[in-house]
Design a binder for this molecule. Structure first.
Ligand SMILES: O=P(O)(O)OC[C@H]1O[C@H](O)[C@H](O)[C@@H](O)[C@@H]1O
Length: 577
């Protein structure tokens, strides 16, 4: 166990905690409009400008006194010490006995660290060099399939942290693509996804990357085996082991398992136990990013994240962007009792960011035990959800504006557009600014009535309609306005959220870097899988028994397709012949 953890006093119900609880009750009724009215400096006071973006957190339900108390909470939670321990490589992931060192992957440490006799920086640089060479060979056509065709398509087989980071990043950097190798992702064990992706591909020019920290994840390994079978059907004359050597690469922290599977050591890229899956996009797991966007852009992404590491390490709490975002999240989730938080990018390229942050945040802070091993009696992290803001406006924003629930939100946009079409970007940004303004100010009954009167409605109609058109307002939000959505600023943005998640966990005295809750379901699925075909169900609950029995009955009557796309294989094999 991390040696210092047990010394932390429980913060829940401490005097500062109680003070914040009292303020939370008061601020639930506060008017955001009123808070702006009494403080002409409010926007400036509650904003931070960093090299990559402006963080405006002025539209939040707090004043200077609450802010100061939140900062005191962070101090009492010993956040600066935890931060120092994190960057020093202490085993702060105590339940797994591991250090947490994703900043080391991007040059974000202040000093190099030795783990198990090796300095991490040298290991990281050596692996990055291997990635770089591989990407160059792939881009210049030197890497070919068994029959000599250059690889034009790469399929990443991975799930969770071995999928979301790379795909979110590649989508975000769509204006920064390099080379002509297309990258595809298959994460779902539902064969529909692999079938769809493979249907458009030629086996001769397809390279698979099996991305899995553990190299045991059943979804990924099943997809890997099916991908191999697809290659084998396309090239029946070729030895199966040769296909694995020629058409597969692997990214893993268990290289021995990748080699047992049949991937060549020179095509196996490593990362380490001290990199959590959901924080691994900066490691070799980022290989698809380097393929799609070029190694230089991958480096720039790492550099941007390193600049956020430095900021998080060095900035005082009151001007530290991840700390402020963590405190706001604690304020809403734990003290105000608002369980959800919306992530609303006003950039099509960031459309996967809400999904990415769902894993990063919820898998980290969805916990119910404090570091001292006792049950929490407070919420530890929000339910993260969202989608591109502009689409959300035409779908769920009604709820944000007029439901009695309060859902704090992050609006994320970019000054520079990622395209060259006239007129679009101004509309997009005007909508983003308007939405946070509308959520903040709302519209009261008096304003509604005068607006309706101006339209010539009768007094009776005005009376009937007014209450429906009132918007309570007071709905809080942050706005993150990037200068540009480039690799560097994306790196900083993602690292901002990573450190927010860590800081929130420290303040709430939970461990953010394990994920025991994921294991339970995995184990049960492994146990139930053979029972779908046949076997004794007597130990199962009646609902599970009913579902499996229904499945067994109907399966016999249905056409169950477990085969991969024969048509696609036949076509691609035909082309090659
Ligand atoms: O990379 P892998 O070992 O295949 O793991 C993939 C995913 O598996 C589980 O769902 C974990 O909870 C995730 O954190 C992890 O990213």
């Amino acid at each position: 166990m991390h040696s210092d953890t047990s010394s932390s006093q429980p913060l829940a119900h401490s005097p500062i905690w109680q003070a914040l609880q009292a303020q939370a009750a008061e601020f639930k009724q506060a008017s955001l409009k009123g808070l702006f009215a009494v403080d002409p400096q409010r926007a400036e006071r509650f904003s931070l400008e960093l090299p990559e973006f402006l963080l405006d957190f002025s539209k939040n339900l707090l004043d200077q006194e609450v802010f100061v108390n939140l900062l005191r909470l962070a101090e009492e939670a010993e956040l600066p010490r935890w931060c120092a321990d994190f960057f020093a490589g202490k085993p702060i992931n105590a339940t797994e006995g591991r250090a947490v060192l994703h900043p080391a992957l991007r040059g974000g440490l202040q000093e190099d660290i030795e783990i198990d006799g090796d300095f991490v920086t040298a290991q990281v640089e050596a692996e990055l060099e291997r990635l770089k060479k591989f990407v160059v060979l792939l881009h210049n056509g030197a890497l070919t399939g068994y029959r000599g065709k250059r690889f034009t398509d790469v399929v990443n087989l991975g799930v969770g942290g071995s999928h979301l980071g790379p795909q979110t990043t590649i989508e975000a950097l769509r204006a920064h693509r390099k080379g002509d190798v297309a990258v595809h992702f298959v994460s779902n064990v539902d064969g529909t996804q692999l079938t769809d992706v493979l249907a458009g591909l030629d086996a001769d020019s397809t390279l698979f990357i099996v991305s899995s920290k553990t190299f045991t994840t059943s979804e990924t390994m099943t997809n890997a085996r099916s991908a191999h079978a697809w290659l084998q059907r396309a090239m029946p004359e070729v030895d199966g082991e040769v296909l694995l050597q020629q058409h597969f690469a692997a990214v893993t922290s268990s290289p021995d398992k990748a080699q047992q599977f049949g991937v060549l050591p020179e095509r196996t890229f490593r990362f380490w136990d001290w990199v959590g899956g959901r924080f691994s996009l900066w490691s070799s797991i980022g290989l698809p990013i380097a393929i799609a966007c070029g190694f230089e852009n991958f480096r720039a992404l790492l550099d941007g994240a390193a600049s956020m590491d430095k900021h998080f390490r060095e900035a005082p709490l009151e001007t530290n962007a991840p700390v402020i975002m963590a405190l706001l999240s604690v304020w809403y989730c734990t003290f105000m009792g608002y369980p959800a938080h919306a992530v609303l990018p006003y950039e099509q390229a960031l459309h996967m960011l809400p999904s990415y942050l769902q894993q990063a945040d919820m898998e980290s802070n969805g916990k119910s035990t404090t570091r001292a091993g006792v049950a929490v009696d407070y919420p530890t992290g929000p339910l993260i959800w969202g989608q591109t803001g502009i689409n959300g406006q035409h779908a769920f924003y009604q709820y944000l504006h007029q439901s009695p629930e309060v859902v704090p939100a992050d609006f994320i946009g970019s000054v520079a557009p990622g395209h060259d079409l006239d007129g679009h970007h101004e509309i997009l940004l005007a909508n983003m600014f308007a939405q946070s303004q509308a959520l903040m100010n709302g519209v009261d009954a008096e304003s509604v009535a005068s607006e309706l009167a101006a339209k010539g409605l009768s007094q009776e109609e005005i009376k009937r309609l007014t209450s429906f058109k009132v918007h309570r307002g007071g709905k809080p939000s942050n706005t993150i306005l990037l200068k540009e959505l480039d690799p560097r600023s994306l790196g900083a943005l993602i690292a901002l959220y990573e450190h927010k998640i860590f800081a929130q966990g420290v303040i709430l005295q939970i461990y953010s870097f394990d994920q025991w809750g994921v294991e339970l379901g995995k184990g049960l699925a492994n146990k139930l899988e053979p029972k779908l075909a046949a076997g004794d169900l007597s130990g199962e609950d009646s609902s599970t028994t009913q579902l499996i029995e229904y499945y067994r009955r109907k399966k016999n009557g249905a056409v169950m397709s477990t085969e991969l796309p024969e048509v696609a294989v036949a076509e691609s094999a035909g082309e090659q012949a």
